[in-house]
Write a protein of this length. Structure first.
Length: 234
């Protein structure tokens, strides 16, 4: 007989009650308004998201990575495993309680990834963080941006105004990336509209569905193109 779930903690948010539940030593759920956001035993797409976004940075001198969303920390752990000791990783998480969970009961799942000295945690909205960074001409640019947010792009996404996946938001991500840097995004399903908006913003795109069999989520991969210099007229 399966063990019953135990609620470890819950907090009211604008989107509903955010809960952490546990069953056994390594079986955890994060829910909001009764809907499962993450299951500790189903993390394949989150791990692949981090690997695809950052594995090309292994030999970089001092890469900078931005992660939107912490979750249970699996994407962060995958990113850190790809990076050198000189890397800097900024994680923007909306709910401080999630950070506490990743430093508490969830910490053993990722070898305490949030406490890695390369990691800086920022509490806030990643859309706002990106927007401010894009407007700051003196802000250091990133070698990779990884979005691991529970609401991925979908067909009903507002094409221009969505704060995360609309054309203006994509342009902001493009602005904070170095040439040929990657923008990787977790999605529940493939969204052609989002893919086209990425291309229109100056990204070369592809997508993957990690794993074999069963329901598989999507990882959108967007590479910032290098702009060709135009020849001066004589």
């Amino acid at each position: 007989m399966a063990q019953p779930w135990k609620t470890l903690e819950c907090i009211d948010t604008e989107e509903g009650m955010l809960e952490l539940r546990q069953r056994g030593d390594k079986d955890f759920l994060i829910l909001v308004a009764g809907l499962v956001l993450m299951n500790s035993l189903s993390n394949r797409s989150e791990v692949v998201l981090g690997q695809i976004g950052c594995r090309h940075l292994k030999d970089h001198a001092a890469p900078r990575v931005l992660i939107g969303g912490l979750g249970m920390g699996y994407t962060l752990k995958a990113v850190l495993d790809c990076l050198p000791a000189t890397a800097q990783v900024v994680v923007v998480e909306l709910n401080p309680i999630v950070v506490q969970w990743c430093r508490g009961p969830l910490a053993p799942l990722t070898d305490h990834a949030v406490n890695d000295p390369r990691v800086t945690i920022e509490i806030g909205d990643v859309a706002e963080y990106v927007r401010h960074a894009a407007r700051d001409a003196d802000s250091a640019r990133f070698d990779a941006v990884v979005f691991d947010l529970y609401k991925g792009p979908h067909p009903k996404t507002d094409r221009s105004g969505d704060p995360l996946y609309g054309s203006r938001a994509i342009a902001n991500v493009h602005a904070i990336l170095k040439p040929q840097a990657l923008f990787t995004v977790w999605g529940e399903n493939y969204d052609e509209g989002f893919d086209k908006r990425l291309q229109a913003a100056g990204f070369a795109t592809s997508s993957q569905r990690p794993g074999r069999g069963g329901y598989r989520h999507v990882v959108f991969v967007a590479k910032k193109k290098v702009r060709r210099a135009t020849a001066a007229k004589g």
